[in-house]
Design a protein around this ligand. Structure first.
Ligand code: ZN
Length: 664
């Protein structure tokens, strides 16, 4: 069949509208099957026409998982926000504003979303980068992940260089639906969103169906500064989803009006489909914002009014002990069923046995619960009055799974039966196989439990002794399934070092620390032999974690496991990093003279935003020079060194050309 470009344009527009209706408005305009069929047709069209439009939905998913997140320097700093928690503190802030301005400005109140901040960079109408906030100056580039968010526009009508900030989150309804069928339910919408956006595999991000609201244009020069409500209008006209709640305070009595709006938000909080943890109050007019400026940490023109955590009271019915991967016993509180912020609550978390004694909890006592936006709330304490028939909670003497006598270390209780305690072994195997670790498909907790029971697999090295014969003898294993599992296990022999370190399940060592360790020490040998003082050289490793890591590798049991894995042919390798494909990645640019349209600082921000760096001096390492009027010795030197020199116009043209021709 022959398709035309017009048909492709129409189909892309239709699919984008459908995605927006589905993800953002939650009002689907077509069946999933119809969407899939049209999406398939678009793939055919793109193949046939050998072209893919900038806003094609086929750009959203795909590509392989990244090895690491490329750092991204924000063109403009992402500030954190000053906080207040009561009317008095709010009044003090309002008074300060009026004093600094010498008048009363307009104020806007909006939801303070409890998600993850993202900063999107657009150039020439195309999304070219998305980054987490990081430390405010440098974040992590999460472009492929962000592109899976259905409501984030890939192209916008506005053509200039622009940074747009917003909050990425998981809707509570989506979280509930996800948890209904998930192997590992997510505890908390905020962590679910953060974990999804900061997942190296964009396919995982896509599966969480994240949403985002945008609220700030970070580039203050172009488009020109706007009032808060006009900024929203600008965002909407460029296709960005914005939070539906934005209210201007009554100018006649702003303090009273703001407090009333904040109250309304707090009482409506539990009916929202997304998490908020307060309200944001900000000065409306751009000029006033500019006059007020910033402290070294915060903008003076906005403040977050934080809500108190929500509490409820119910009866503690029982406490059971769950054995974790490290053998640690964690108490789980069983509660008299209660409705708490719209969710039925049956369980709550407690930290350890000391936590139970310190809070003087008994079976049958009334406990106070707090939800800090978690699905499982926390017990913060008990009520003062004693209930009839309260029974003390016993410290378990033996492991609830295997009966081994408990050992006590610090505040925690442990079962030290590492090899034969089933829940420990099964969870270690499951962790070893998980996606961020060795990534062995189809090795679920259930299968691990089957391998433990029927084939005596006690630790990960046991996986490498599995055969077609032993597997097909198991219930539910045909030749195909067994073959797939064996192939997946075989593939782990060439594993990245960071994934291997994570797979070992060293206490406290998460995905990021494993990556840092692999990046710093390069070989497994070096990590194993690292001393505490070497480990402390890593930014995120403190004394406790360093001690944990050295203790892990000093343990004979763990050394034997690692030796066995190496003997099974597992060869952890350091990863090779590749650039992140921004138009100016790795390039150094010098700006000299007066540019016709851009201020020097804004041109510098543009260059940084496109992945490059800006230098003051022309030298051998300079890649390009952008020269304006009255460019002096730097221009002469550039000519001498034969460094390409561009006018402002030519440079912008070049960037545009590059960003258009850049492939996926
Ligand atoms: Zn045990």
């Amino acid at each position: 069949m022959m398709y035309t470009k017009e048909e492709m344009r129409e189909l892309v527009t239709l699919l984008n509208e459908a995605a927006r209706a589905y993800y953002e408005l939650d009002a689907p305009i077509m069946q999933d099957s119809e969407y899939d069929a049209l999406y398939g047709r678009l793939c055919l069209m793109e193949e046939e026409l050998r072209e893919r439009l900038d806003d094609s939905p086929t750009r959203r998913i795909g590509g392989r998982p990244l090895a690491s997140f490329p750092p991204h320097k924000h063109a403009y700093k992402l500030w954190s926000m000053d906080k207040c928690q009561n009317a008095g503190e709010l009044r003090a802030w309002l008074t300060r504003i009026e004093k600094l301005l010498g008048r009363t400005p307009s104020f806007f109140v909006e939801h303070k979303l409890d998600g993850l901040t993202i900063n999107l960079t657009y150039h020439d109408g195309r999304l070219i980068q998305a980054a987490t906030r990081g430390d405010g100056e440098t974040g992590e580039g999460v472009l492929p992940q962000t592109m899976t968010i259905g409501s984030v526009p890939l192209t916008i009508p506005y053509r200039g260089f622009i940074e747009v900030q917003g909050e990425c989150f998981m809707k509570l309804s989506i979280l509930r639906r996800y948890n209904e069928s998930a192997a590992e339910p997510l505890k908390n919408a905020r962590n679910a969103a953060a974990g999804a956006l900061r997942n190296l595999d964009a396919a995982v991000t896509a599966s969480r169906r994240l949403s985002a609201f945008f609220y700030h244009v970070g580039t203050p020069v172009a488009p020109p500064l706007m009032r808060r409500d006009q900024m929203n209008a600008f965002l909407i006209s460029n296709g960005f989803p914005v939070c539906p709640f934005l209210k201007e305070a009554d100018a006649a009595n702003p303090e009273e009006s703001i407090l009333r709006i904040v109250d309304t938000i707090e009482s409506d909080r539990s009916s929202l489909d997304y998490l908020i943890d307060g309200a944001v109050i900000s000065v409306g007019e751009a000029e006033a914002r500019e006059t007020l400026g910033y402290t070294d940490k915060f903008p003076r023109w906005s403040i977050a009014y934080k809500f108190k955590a929500e509490e409820a009271i119910t009866t503690l019915k029982a406490v059971t002990w769950e054995v974790g991967r490290t053998g640690k016993l964690t108490p789980l509180a069983h509660l008299h069923e209660t409705d708490f912020t719209g969710v039925t609550v049956r369980h709550a978390t407690l930290n350890n046995f000391q936590d139970i004694t310190r809070k003087q909890l008994n079976i049958g006592c009334m406990v106070r619960l707090r939800r800090a936006n978690d699905v499982i709330p926390e017990i913060i304490g008990r009520t003062d009055e004693t209930q009839p028939g309260e029974i003390p909670i016993d410290k378990p003497m033996g492991c609830p799974a295997c009966g081994t006598p408990i050992s006590e270390r610090g505040a925690n209780l442990y079962c030290d039966n590492k090899l034969a305690c089933k829940p420990q072994a099964v969870m270690r195997l499951t962790h070893y196989a998980s996606r961020d670790a060795m990534d062995i498909d189809n090795l679920s907790e259930k299968t691990c439990s089957q391998l433990f029971d029927a084939l005596g697999v006690r630790d990960p090295s046991g996986l490498y002794t599995l055969t077609m014969e032993s597997l097909t003898a198991l219930e539910g294993f045909g030749e195909k399934r067994a073959g797939n599992l064996l192939a997946a296990i075989k593939r782990t022999r060439n594993i990245a070092l960071d994934a291997f370190l994570f797979a070992l399940g060293i206490p406290l060592v998460g995905r990021k620390t494993a990556r840092d360790l692999a990046g710093y020490f390069v070989t497994l040998e070096a990590v194993i032999n690292a001393r505490e003082e070497n480990l402390l050289a890593l930014e995120e490793v403190g004394p406790v974690m360093a001690a944990c890591i050295t203790a892990y590798f000093a343990d004979d049991c763990n050394r034997i496991l690692i030796r066995k894995l190496l003997e099974c042919g597992v060869q952890p390798q350091a990863r090779v990093h590749s650039g992140n494909g921004m138009p100016l990645t790795g390039k150094t640019v010098v700006i000299t003279g007066t540019l016709p349209h851009y201020k020097r600082s804004d041109m510098a921000a543009l260059i940084i935003g496109l992945g490059g760096s800006v230098s003051e001096t022309v030298g051998k390492k300079t890649d390009y020079v952008v020269a304006g009027e009255n460019a002096g010795s730097k221009l002469t030197k550039a000519h001498t060194l034969r460094i390409p020199v561009f006018s402002e116009e030519a440079f912008l043209e070049k960037m545009k050309y590059q960003s258009n021709s850049e492939s996926l």
